[in-house]
Write a protein that binds this ligand. Sequence first.
Ligand code: C5P
Length: 412
Amino acid sequence: MGEVDERLTSSGVAGHHAFANRGWLKTHLLSYKTLSLVVLSVQTSTMVLLLRYSRTSINFAHQPYIITTAVFSSEVLKLGLSLGFLHIESGKVMKATLNRLYEDVFINIWETLKLAIPAFLYVVQNNLLFIALSNLDAATYQVTYQLKILTTAIFSWVMLGKRLTPIHWLALCLLMLGVSLVQVEGSSNGNGSNSKVLPVAPEVEVLEGGDSVILGGTEEGAGFPPPDIRNEHPNTEVSRLLGILAVFVSCISSGFSGVYFERLVKRGTQTSLIIRNIQLGMFSIAFAVIAVSSDSTAIKDGGFFQGYSVATWMVVLIQAFGGLVVSVAMKYADNILKGFATSLSIVMSTLVSWLVLGDAAPSTQFVVGATIVISSTVLYGLTPQKGGVYTAGSQLSSINSSHKIIKEEKSE
Ligand code: C5P
């Protein structure tokens, strides 16, 4: 019996039985799956706005904070939180925690090494995203990047044997249509200088994977583009093509590494999310150290935490928290739903930046595209999976697990 089932039939069963008694709606609303997706959506939007604030409120007479150090800090925090969870799970007994760490991470080194693959891909992906953001406007980038949902669906089918119903595919096609509409809107704006919708999105994505600043690191700029995005290439057509190409390759990487991680935490011999996050975190920190070393001169001059404000620390905190939420969403929901949740957050943050922060109103075409994105998200999310989510011998999805609980409840 897999870990998901174990969780629901042992430790989690009491709570879930209670939910089942109160009906389907509550069971689903309070599941890890729904909670993680809602939190992820809110977290991504908060991150966009907070990061924007942390960068735009800087007095540029002073040195802005060095992004590689912020990335490193959030990776360390994420690993620290994971270790804390492991300690709690081990009954807060230090010896038990260390034993578990020793056995699952160091003795079982082969399982640990498997995480080098997604950690490496996340680094490459985030570097490519940096290139993309240097050549595309933020809105075009953010929405085009949602194409990763399609690559994720394909990898989920190939690597997890996930079978999608025609309605799921319809939702994916609608999503692509919505993405294209916004994409065309981006193209009609010419080059990448348009950042009217979400001017700070690049910073968010730079932070997202934790390692994205390797290519972007500069002595003075601390690996960060200024708030107005500049094209890397003087020829705007070439620049745009380069940016789109980088996004496409990132979509492939994101799809693969996400599904790879999902497979490990749902099917592998080691399915503990906490252990997997610790293993991933160790490799991520190693890469973050390399990134920090690229800013060594600036750090020597101004210190590791130069330019940090309360907002910077909040960004670090939310980023670390976000990474953990992403992993929960991968385990208890799936990567495709996680992608839909993120696309919703684009719309949410656009609306908030328009209504609350007084940014330029989104164009009609963007609104139509965004509406299609939202509708397809709802359609996808509400359509039940056909049978088991995975092929024979694999574990059930949280939806099926919830059904199982209700069934068990009825038979009692
Ligand atoms: O854009 P995408 O959805 O692929 O980004 C996912 C991000 O979540 C990655 O940048 C990665 O750093 C982060 N992540 C994490 N912990 C995990 C899995 C992914 O922090 N277990």
